[in-house]
Design a protein around this ligand. Sequence first.
Ligand code: NAD
Ligand code: GLY
Length: 364
Amino acid sequence: MQTLSVSLGHRSYPIQIGSGIYHDASLLLAGLESQRVAVVTNNTIAEIYLHRLVSTLRASHLSVMEIILPDGEEFKNGATLNIIYDALMRERCDRSTTLIALGGGVIGDMCGYAAATFQRGIPFIQIPTTLLAQVDSSVGGKTGINHPLGKNMIGAFWQPKLVIADTDMLRTLPRRELSAGLAEVIKYGLIRDEAFFYWLEVNMERLTQCESEAIAYAVERSCRNKAEVVAADEFETAKDGGRALLNLGHTFGHAIETALGYGTWLHGEAVGTGMLMAARLSARLGWLADKDVSRISRLLQRAGLPLKAPNIGAEKYLDLMGHDKKNIGGQLRLVLLKSIGEAMTTKDVTTTDVLAAINDCSDD
Ligand code: NAD
Ligand code: GLY
């Protein structure tokens, strides 16, 4: 087992990465300050993992509630969030209740937001069950829900007390979901870890085959990168770079997800194609060599990710990208690549170049 730490002063917390650890009572108890817990999950994950987790907690003499939500990005909204609040109110939970998010990024984001807001804040633990959640969404404290006009537009920063990433859980993950998680893994190589990008070029097939050792290494290296970025710029306020760089490809990707309807394209798929759009735009500006764009495109393809987005139209892109949280004073702010392993934010882009890059990566 590997233990990493997200260093945030008195709000620091460990990320435990290992095999068969999600039902380890001593690990769970180390992150719990209360006798009462509510496990938040969805119907798909409940069937596979809920019973074992709840049995472990009950055997440790904890009082355990189960809150089971419908499965899907299209349910990451206020109505589903209310199911959590209603259950907590019905059971007369107070600030000494700890929430446990058992699921992918959708469950983690919603459970985290419920924890951030219920009675002005209660503790929560992340047990991420998708690759995407293990390498990205469970770490760093971004929580929230979607708005019909924009992804993740309602939310809060609220850090978990503990993250338990059990890589064995990825064995039941559908192929398409594994590929979606690989987009966020590739992201770390692109924005700040050139050696990792090279490692991914050598080892991609081991990852797509879900080979344990390779997966554990990718999760550990991704979390290490994320923890460093978050520790340096928790609230994404750095003027240059900082946490905003973790959003490489997301401005394009969120537009694709929103335009197609939440859940049609997976978040990771949209981010993957969005990163290629960002790479093409970087090349148009003369920042990135064409041969590096080709390396990126090849790696995304080997990860099983789409390279072309459905054509949603220029107007729709510009409208939806205009809602992005990175924008300042209504001006588009994008994360682009200087090279593989180095990213930066810029407002210095023309609409013509942005649309040309989008066009390069869209169906005719
Ligand atoms: P998801 O949570 O929808 O999970 C994907 C699918 O896999 C679901 O159907 C789920 O039920 C199923 N599943 C989960 N674990 C499984 C397992 N072990 N075995 C079998 N099936 C399993 O999707 P995701 O890709 O994990 O998360 C995407 C969400 O994360 C998006 O809403 C995105 O905005 C958010 N996100 C948040 C952050 C952040 O920093 N908070 C970062 C990246 C993404
Ligand atoms: N996934 C982007 C962030 O955590 O900042």
